[in-house]
Ligand binder design. Structure first.
Ligand code: GLU
Length: 290
């Protein structure tokens, strides 16, 4: 069976140079390790996602020299697979219903800014009667019963990592499967052997690895790439100026120039990805302004 790397954007708008930099490393790393490369669209949230954005994202990736060797799948078409996985976990007593609102969770956890916020466990031990009463008010979401399990994984940038799995939401209270189960099911179903993505997802990875263990699927190798920021140090966003290929083209910056700048910013020179050369600090995009 072949090995695969992947890039899994949410098709909610144009890719910005931060997404493209991560995609270039994901693509280069897959081929460096003899793997093939696919694009997958994470469009679980159908309010903001669209096919038009997906097509535009593929066009922009092509301008960076990146293509998917399979027709990209869309998560919105794979709910059955995710529901099967949730049902498997539920049958083993590894899930519970949760009725908390975001506001209630925020009130229950007073975490220092930036720290990983674990679900405080409010609904973990509800009785059947309590659950029935809460269902009268609003439908429940389905959470993973992680019981604080620890999980470990290897990261190309950050080395050996381990962390506590969180009681993440597997199914939202409107019935839509959630990102953390979808990503684990898809990475396994698609034979993904390496996952390269932004380091904003580093802290949730232990939970995904724990889910892989529960479902009996292989854990890929990870590479969490430091984000691209504006001059103010904040995560790159529209207000930082020209951050998409179209905006940069309007300024006279060609896609080739963007690709070369992004590649060099990631410490890369040849075609082969050298993970040791990837800086661990966020990179300040040179075309943005505060
Ligand atoms: N869809 C996520 C994003 O666009 C990436 C998730 C992943 O790569 O696992 O940030």
């Amino acid at each position: 069976m072949s090995n695969f790397g992947r890039f899994a954007p949410s098709p909610t708008g144009p890719l910005h140079v931060g997404n493209l930099r991560t995609a270039l490393l994901a693509w280069g790393s897959a081929y460096t390790h003899g793997a093939q490369f696919i694009v997958r669209f994470e469009d679980l949230d159908q309010h903001n996602a669209s096919r038009t954005h997906a097509t535009e994202q593929l066009d922009d990736l092509l301008l960076m020299g990146i293509t998917s060797c399979e027709v990209p799948v869309c998560q919105s078409e794979r709910f059955d697979l995710y529901r099967d996985a949730i049902a498997t976990l539920t049958a083993r007593g590894l899930t519970y219903e949760c009725f908390c609102t975001r506001r209630e969770i925020a009130k229950a956890v007073a975490a220092p800014h930036g720290a990983q916020v674990l679900y405080p466990g409010t609904c973990r031990e509800l009785t059947a009667g309590e659950r029935a009463a809460k269902r009268e008010v609003r439908p429940g979401a389905v959470r993973l019963r992680a019981d604080g399990a620890m999980a470990a994984f290897e990261d190309y940038v950050w080395g050996a990592q381990s962390g506590a799995a969180d009681d993440v939401v597997l199914q939202r209270n409107d019935g839509v499967p959630a990102y953390n189960i979808a990503v684990v099911v898809d990475d396994a179903a698609q034979g993904i052997t390496e996952v390269v993505r932004g380091d904003d997802l580093l802290s949730i990875t232990a939970t995904q690895v724990y889910l892989q263990q529960l479902l009996g699927v292989a854990t890929p190798r990870y590479g969490h790439v430091p984000l691209v920021v504006g001059p103010d140090g904040e995560r790159l966003a529209k207000r930082h100026g020209a951050v998409t290929l179209a905006e940069l083209a309007d300024m006279g910056v060609s896609p080739d120039e963007v690709r070369e700048t992004l590649w060099a910013s990631a410490g890369q020179h040849g075609d082969v990805v050298d993970w040791n050369a990837v800086p661990r600090e966020p990179w300040v995009a040179p075309w943005s302004h505060a």
